[in-house]
Structures are given as structure tokens and as C-alpha cells.
Design a protein around this ligand. Structure first.
Ligand SMILES: [Cu+2]
Length: 135
């Protein structure tokens, strides 16, 4: 009878520890998955401040914006105003390489660590502009 009680107690503790580990894992995944989605909309080539939905993009410090190219054309997501000295310094999906938004379905992401308002644009279609508001 005593050994049965010990066995049951040990089993219960084992089950509880599995539940506790599972819960803590879920929490960390939730924190890391703190992403805000934005879409480069179909037909963006001919659009201006509606080329990316939403605009502006509102995030909290530490959050990541994921831009998805939902258009058929090649676009960039490039920080700063067109032609500014600091254009592309904070982030730039670029014209080549793994982050380039060359075709439909490609994504680019950037994590914002400082509060502020950041302008960005598309280097291939300079009329396409947007803003990120980080609070
Ligand atoms: Cu573009």
C-alpha cells in the first residue's frame, strides 16, 4: 500500500513537471513569435502610400515586422527617404541575395529596437513609400 502511494505520487510529479516544462516552452515561443505582418499589395508598382498594407505599420519596441511581397513584381523595403544619405542603413531587403523580394511570396523582416518613426520606400518604384511607428 505504501509503495503504491509512492508510485502514484512519483507519477503525478512526473506528469506535473511535463506540464510545467510544456507551459514554459509555450511562453518563450509566444515571446519570440512577436511579429507584425505587412503586405506589399497586388499592383503596388503603380501605388504610393497604399502600396503596403497597413501604412503606417505600428509596432512596439522589440517587435518584428514581416513584409510579404503579395505582388507579381520585384520590390524592395528600404529604410529612409529616397536619396537620403542614410537610406538603407537601418534595413534594406536589397536587390539581390536571400532577403530580396524578387517575386510573389518572398518575405523580409526587421526587428525594431528603438522607439521612433521610420520612413521607408521601394528603390525600384520610388513612389512607393511607407512608415513604421515604433512605440
Ligand atoms: Cu516596388
Amino acid at each position: 500500500m505504501v509503495s503504491k502511494t509512492i508510485y502514484l505520487t512519483a507519477s503525478l510529479l512526473a506528469i506535473l513537471s511535463v506540464i510545467a516544462i510544456g507551459a514554459s516552452t509555450d511562453n518563450s515561443v509566444f515571446a519570440q513569435g512577436d511579429k507584425v505582418q505587412a503586405s506589399i499589395v497586388p499592383g503596388a508598382t503603380t501605388l504610393t502610400d497604399t502600396a503596403v498594407d497597413p501604412n503606417p505599420i505600428q509596432v512596439k519596441v522589440g517587435q518584428t515586422v514581416v513584409w510579404t511581397n503579395d505582388d507579381s513584381a520585384f520590390h524592395t523595403v528600404t529604410s529612409g527617404k529616397i536619396g537620403a544619405a542614410d537610406a538603407g542603413q537601418l534595413f534594406d531587403s536589397g536587390l539581390a541575395g536571400p532577403t530580396a523580394l524578387t517575386s510573389k511570396g518572398k518575405t523580409f523582416e526587421h526587428t525594431f529596437d528603438t522607439a521612433g518613426e521610420i520612413d521607408y520606400h521601394c528603390t525600384l518604384h520610388p513612389a512607393m513609400t511607407g512608415k513604421i511607428i515604433v512605440t
